[in-house]
Design a protein around this ligand. Structure first.
Ligand code: MG
Length: 165
C-alpha cells in the first residue's frame, strides 16, 4: 500500500533569531520566527507525512499554544511524529523538499540537511531530496520577509496479509 502527501509552511524572517533549516543552523542576518525553532523545511515535511495519511495537520500533533514545544528542535518533533502509532507502520519511500528563500544561498548546507532528515526518517540519503529556489525577488520570499517550504512524500506499508483472507 502506498500513500502520497504534500506539505507547505511559511515562517517570518526577523532579526535576533537563528535560521534553522532541516536541523542545520545557517549563519544569516535574520532567522525564522516561530513557537518552536521555526524550521520551516522540517515542518513542511512533517505536514506532508501527516497529509499522506489524512491525519489533519502538524498543528494537531504539536499545538503552538503548548509551552512544551517552545523553542523545540523540529527534528525531535519529526522523530516524535514518526513514533505515532498511526504513522509507525509506514516507511518513507522518498521525499522531495523545496525551500523558497531569496537569501541566503543554501547549496553549501544541502548535504548536511539531507543527512539530518535521512537519519531521522531512517532512510538512505538518496531518498531525501532538498532543493532551494529564489523567487526572483518577487513576493514575500523575494523581499526576504519570510521563507517558505514545500514537500512531497511517498509512504509505503507492507501488508502482512495483502489478500485480506
Ligand atoms: Mg511551521
Amino acid at each position: 500500500m502506498m500513500r502520497i502527501g504534500q506539505g507547505y509552511d511559511v515562517h517570518r524572517l526577523v532579526p535576533g533569531r537563528k535560521l534553522i533549516l532541516c536541523g542545520v543552523e545557517i549563519p544569516h542576518s535574520t532567522g525564522l520566527l516561530g513557537h518552536s525553532d521555526a524550521d520551516v523545511a522540517t515542518h513542511a515535511l512533517m505536514d506532508a507525512i501527516v497529509g499522506a495519511l489524512a491525519l489533519g495537520d502538524i498543528g494537531g500533533f504539536f499545538p503552538d499554544t503548548d509551552p512544551a514545544y517552545a523553542g523545540a528542535d523540529s527534528l525531535k518533533l519529526l522523530a516524535a511524529l514518526l513514533d505515532d502509532p498511526r504513522i509507525r507502520p509506514w516507511t518513507i519511500v522518498n521525499c522531495d523538499l523545496t525551500i523558497i528563500a531569496q537569501k541566503p544561498k543554501l547549496l553549501p548546507f544541502r548535504e548536511e540537511m539531507r543527512a539530518n532528515l535521512a537519519r531521522v526518517l531512517n532512510v538512505a540519503v538518496d531518498a531525501v531530496s532538498v532543493k532551494a529556489t529564489t523567487t526572483e525577488r518577487l513576493g514575500f520570499e523575494g523581499r526576504e520577509e519570510g521563507i517558505a517550504a514545500s514537500c512531497a512524500v511517498l509512504l509505503e506499508k507492507h501488508l502482512a496479509n495483502p489478500a485480506g483472507t
